[in-house]
Design a protein around this ligand. Sequence first.
Ligand SMILES: Cc1cc2nc3c(=O)[nH]c(=O)nc-3n(C[C@H](O)[C@H](O)[C@H](O)COP(=O)(O)OP(=O)(O)OC[C@H]3O[C@@H](n4cnc5c(N)ncnc54)[C@H](O)[C@@H]3O)c2cc1C
Length: 397
Amino acid sequence: MVKKIDLLIIGAGPAGLSTALHLVRFNTAWAKRMLVIEKAVHPRPKLCAGGVTRIGLESLRDLGLSLPLPIPGVQVTDARLICNNKTINVRGQPMFTVYNRIELDDFISQYAQKRGVNIYQNEAVEAIEEKPDGLVVITEKDSYFAQVVVGADGSKGISLRLFTEAGCPKRVARVLEADLNVHGTEAHFSKACAEFNFSACQQHLQGYTWEFPSRIGNQPRFNRGVYDSRLVKSRPRADLPLIFNTQMEQDGVESSVDIQGHPIHLFHPKNRFSRPHLLLVGDAAGVDPLFGEGIGPSLAYGRLAAETINDSFLTQDFSFSDYKYRLMCSRLGRYLLIRWLVARLSYLFSGSVLFMNALWIVGRLAAELWPKPSLLYAIGNSYEKRDPMLEFEDYAD
Ligand SMILES: Cc1cc2nc3c(=O)[nH]c(=O)nc-3n(C[C@H](O)[C@H](O)[C@H](O)COP(=O)(O)OP(=O)(O)OC[C@H]3O[C@@H](n4cnc5c(N)ncnc54)[C@H](O)[C@@H]3O)c2cc1C
């Protein structure tokens, strides 16, 4: 028998959980009107460096969580953008916080469940069928009829496939990463410094290699990786494993580590973000093409989707024809549009040493003149271990 529900969210990552949590924040009655379906079980594996920037940290705070979160994290105060031995230092309090993604998503999912959100885990969605007045979502265990479905199932999810099968182009970045053991006394680690190295742009990379200090449990680690936006298709394809290993060698790091890869679906102003009864959020909708930043934008998509869904039930208009307009007019839309523009221009010419040198001179000046952002929270590099359950109880409606 097909079960009926007002709203079904596919995927319990940052985008899906943020959508659910924002709805419950608008009105606690939403907890009974919606269902989140997740194919894995939290804490589930997730390939990601875990850097959460201001847009993500502010979204977490909007959800009622106090910062820093009561899970291990490293607060990065110095981000170094490097190209051909030139460095732009961007400082912030913090610039971003690095969380272990498995722990972060588990924490947010526990928080959502505590707020009454029903998450059916270990249940993969296998098909979505369009009907005149809603969508039928078929999982390996059940069938659901929902008036509204949110596709929060990431870059390789079934929701995005509905759009690509209908002829919408899918623009994805290629990403490789590895986690390395460290002692925690290394200079970068103790100075809470993260590096983004764009030198391999001369080897056709349309992105950068990175090194972030991170923690898994209480163990200090370095997360390293390579990001290739592949925005400019006319340029030759970069050899990512070669670039990754060369960078490791140059930095004197042992290269026999387990390297894994995953695509990131990128924002493009021509992307489609909705169809009747269906909204996309997070990676499924498209995230930052410049750095491949997706956690913060995914959390921010959640608010936008929640507002749109709330209004759709008030007006009984489920066409979602204004979702793209709402996105473009929002802070998130401007954020993604600027990142797309800068990425498009800079990765078009990033193969030229002359262009990159000029960009770094302008970048250094801009970093010096840029007004310092306000403090998000008092920082220190040891996280304050608080009981997550107390955190939930602290939550004020
Ligand atoms: C190597 C790498 C490093 C990265 N580093 C960073 C970083 O440092 N900072 C940053 O901001 N971003 C980073 N990103 C991007 C970031 O990980 C994503 O943008 C972010 O995870 C998107 O969140 P989401 O909720 O949209 O999707 P996801 O986090 O992918 O969540 C989707 C959820 O849907 C579930 N799902 C999928 N299919 C189904 C199905 N059929 N049925 C039910 N459930 C399903 C999945 O199990 C998953 O839990 C990185 C990405 C990669 C690949």
